[in-house]
Design a protein around this ligand. Structure first.
Ligand SMILES: Cc1cc2nc3c(=O)[nH]c(=O)nc-3n(C[C@H](O)[C@H](O)[C@H](O)COP(=O)(O)OP(=O)(O)OC[C@H]3O[C@@H](n4cnc5c(N)ncnc54)[C@H](O)[C@@H]3O)c2cc1C
Length: 449
């Protein structure tokens, strides 16, 4: 176990014997956990962050080798530190991980790595929570779950049952050499699916890319990256998913200097586009006849952002260069006009399938009353319905930007503020207590300063 700051643990009170005690336990040492630690530190809240692997492990080993951030360095960062590269460039994933490690040191975050939180339960006979970890038991007055938005790779039930074809989730994809020779079916055309399909195609593989409903913002328009446009147009701050958009993924990429994802271009480069993957039977993959419609909806979304940007420029009298060519699309490729609805995998030489189909949450370790009947965290901006339990880093925690590097920082601030406020309530003494000189009880958990 690596202790960056040893003094994070407090000596326990007698009635918790050898158990260590802390005011606030943050679970997870990715960007969310580090952001919470920064804000708690500024507010003087004693806390510790437990990370089962290394700091920002997801950026080190949870993603493919060539990945660069989807957002430029000037935008996808915390306020307190810049990336050591051109602000308009897209940092490689290792640089993102290094960034968070450096950030944790800069704020002197009390992170213990290599410690897994295995179970959290509310104490029955006293305030706070008992936390079982791989390094022993901890008592905590509060627990912040910062275990990430993408915890369990999700492969849909329709997945092919055929041992001869190698199937992996995008979370396990590293590079083209990892796959057996032959063609690849990539299912899912969000940011991961399109980037992986593009990489495989460039490596000379025959690639089939299954494209469902998606948004595809322009990488940049009229001299500004789309992250800028989403910012000034207030779209990062949207508080909930628009109805009907629940299954719509976003296709963006910072690869190769950052380029707009246009499925026509991917097809022109040799990728065979197919519609949503529906089923597998007898070695044949079946695709929905929705490819043209999905492409058209993606185009609509793209053009809507261009329109909103144009009107923002006009309204605010900005001097940004016109870009009429951004509205000119190449003709639809054959694979869209005459879509493949069935693919005999053996005949097409498909030897592997990559499921770029997203992730689910997994809070099996957090055994408290903080979830609804479907298992979804019940919270308001990260403050759980279960007092003392908090969430940070979940999709749409407070807004669209909540899972992104810059967005989680602001959510973490709200959660830390709430914790500090609760500590104030716990310190309150009424007039009689003040007259009797009863010392403020800093927090209600015994043994914690
Ligand atoms: C392919 C991909 C590209 C992305 N690109 C960008 C981008 O360019 N810009 C951007 O802003 N966002 C991007 N994101 C989104 C987001 O920034 C990342 O997913 C980020 O890793 C989320 O940070 P987090 O701290 O919330 O979760 P994580 O990074 O997943 O961190 C959670 C940590 O909790 C630890 N943990 C889990 N369970 C336990 C436990 N029981 N005990 C102890 N520790 C535990 C894990 O080991 C992990 O280190 C991308 C996501 C993906 C999948």
């Amino acid at each position: 176990m690596t202790i960056l700051k040893q003094n994070a643990f407090q000596k326990p009170a007698d009635n918790v014997s050898e158990t260590l005690a802390i005011d606030t336990l943050v679970v997870g040492g990715g960007q969310a956990g580090i952001a919470v630690s920064e804000h708690l530190g500024k507010l003087g809240v004693p806390h510790i962050v437990l990370e089962k692997n290394r700091i920002a492990e997801a950026w080190r080993t949870g993603r493919w080798d060539s990945l660069v951030a989807n957002g430029p360095a000037w935008h996808d960062r915390f306020p307190g530190m810049e990336f050591p590269i051109d602000p308009d460039a897209f940092p490689h994933k290792e640089m993102v991980a290094d960034y968070f490690e450096a950030y944790a040191r800069q704020i002197d975050a009390p992170i213990s790595t290599g410690v897994e939180v295995k179970r959290v339960v509310r104490n029955a006979d006293r305030p706070g929570f008992t936390v079982e970890t791989s390094a022993g038991v901890i008592e905590a007055a509060r627990v912040v779950a910062a275990t990430g938005p993408f915890q369990r790779p999700l492969i849909p039930a329709i997945a092919l049952q055929d041992a001869a074809i190698q199937q992996i989730h995008s979370a396990d994809y590293r590079n083209p050499q990892q796959l057996p020779q032959g063609a690849v079916l990539v299912v899912g055309a969000g940011s991961s699916g399109v980037q992986i399909a593009d990489e495989l195609n460039r490596a000379g593989r025959r690639v089939y890319l299954s494209v469902g409903a998606h948004d595809r913002p322009p990488r940049s328009y009229r001299g500004r990256d789309f992250v800028w446009w989403l910012g000034v147009l207030g779209l990062w701050d949207m508080e909930s998913i628009q109805p009907g958009k629940e299954h719509v993924t976003i296709a963006v990429s910072g690869a190769h200097g950052g380029r707009t994802i246009d499925f026509r271009e991917l097809a022109a480069q040799g990728i065979a586009l197919v519609g949503l993957t529906d089923a597998f039977a007898g070695g044949v993959a079946r695709f929905r006849d929705d490819l043209a419609e999905n492409i058209a909806r993606g185009d609509e979304n793209y053009l809507k952002l261009l329109d909103a940007a144009d009107s923002y420029i006009a309204r605010n009298g900005l001097d940004l260069p016109e870009e009429p060519q951004a509205r000119v699309f190449p003709p639809l490729p054959d694979c869209v006009r005459e879509p493949i609805l069935e693919l005999d995998l053996a005949a097409a030489g498909v030897t592997s399938i990559i499921w770029a189909t997203g992730y689910a949450l997994d809070f099996s370790w957090l055994q408290v009353e903080a979830f609804d009947v479907s298992g979804k965290p019940r919270h308001q901006r990260g403050v759980s319905s279960e007092p003392g339990v908090y969430f940070v880093g979940l999709p749409w925690l407070s807004r669209r930007g909540s899972t992104f590097i810059w967005g989680v920082w602001h959510d973490a601030k709200h959660v830390a503020d709430h914790i500090a406020t609760q500590r104030k309530y716990a310190e309150y003494r009424d007039a009689a207590q003040r007259a009797a000189g009863v010392a403020p009880q800093k927090i209600s958990l015994p043994g914690v300063r």
